[in-house]
Write a new protein. Structure first.
Length: 225
């Protein structure tokens, strides 16, 4: 799927400005605004699966409920990151016990920190991707909670469809780059354009994952996972 198609998605339909503006203004409300945006993303998945080409209606109660469950799942998905803390502590103990000097710029320091940063980056990418895949499964499968909270199944789905997953991750990074640049410029001049860009990139990301779900065969039976 072309990234340009995904970037254009939030601006389709005659009511796109009103819905985008509403979501952007909601981001001024801490936590609640972001939860509703997550929930609206799940509504986008359902709309894409239904063959709709424009933004769906914003159903407040449904968005708040779906977004809340998505956030809870996200906190559970973060447990592997917390599991790295004991490893970091053991690493520091080993360094002190072996009397290794990790001088910034040295080969040993660069290698150790480079490996740690690489592992952490890959883990974060896998967690975020798995969480959004869970959101897609929650939106379309009959056993919704199993899809959302099935972190292992979501990871397997990503690894089994390597070509599609590779394209998805590349597009994720490109959307992230667009978001960083656009939001930065938007916030420098006025707050609202930055929030507008933030919402746009968030919806684009959900559209990418919805198309990914269709491509790898995620449906009501959930057989693909």
């Amino acid at each position: 799927m072309l990234l340009s198609d995904a970037l254009q998605y939030p601006f389709r339909g005659k009511d796109w400005f009103h819905r985008m503006l509403t979501l952007a203004l909601l981001q001024l409300i801490p936590i609640v605004g972001q939860v509703i945006l997550f929930g609206y993303g799940i509504a986008i998945v359902r709309a894409v699966y239904a063959g709709e080409t424009k933004l769906p209606l914003l159903q407040w109660r449904q968005a708040l409920c779906d977004g809340g469950l998505f956030v809870v799942a996200g906190l559970l998905y973060l447990t592997p990151i917390l599991g790295l803390i004991p490893n970091v502590v053991m690493f520091e103990i080993a360094v002190r016990f072996l009397d290794i000097e990790l001088v910034p710029g040295s080969l040993i320091a660069n290698t150790m920190y480079g490996v740690f940063a690489l592992v952490l980056t890959l883990l974060i990418v896998l967690i975020v991707s798995g969480l959004y895949v869970g959101g897609v499964r929650y939106a379309v499968e009959s056993k919704r909670f199993k899809g959302l909270f099935g972190a292992t199944g979501n990871a397997k789905l990503l690894l089994r469809n390597r070509d599609a997953s590779r394209t998805l991750i590349v597009n994720m990074f490109l959307v992230g780059l667009v978001a960083v640049v656009g939001i930065s410029f938007g916030l420098v001049f006025l707050i609202l354009p930055g929030l507008f860009m933030f919402v746009s990139c968030s919806l684009t990301l959900w559209y990418l994952f919805a198309r990914y779900g269709l491509e790898v065969g995620v449906n009501t039976s959930g057989f693909a996972a």
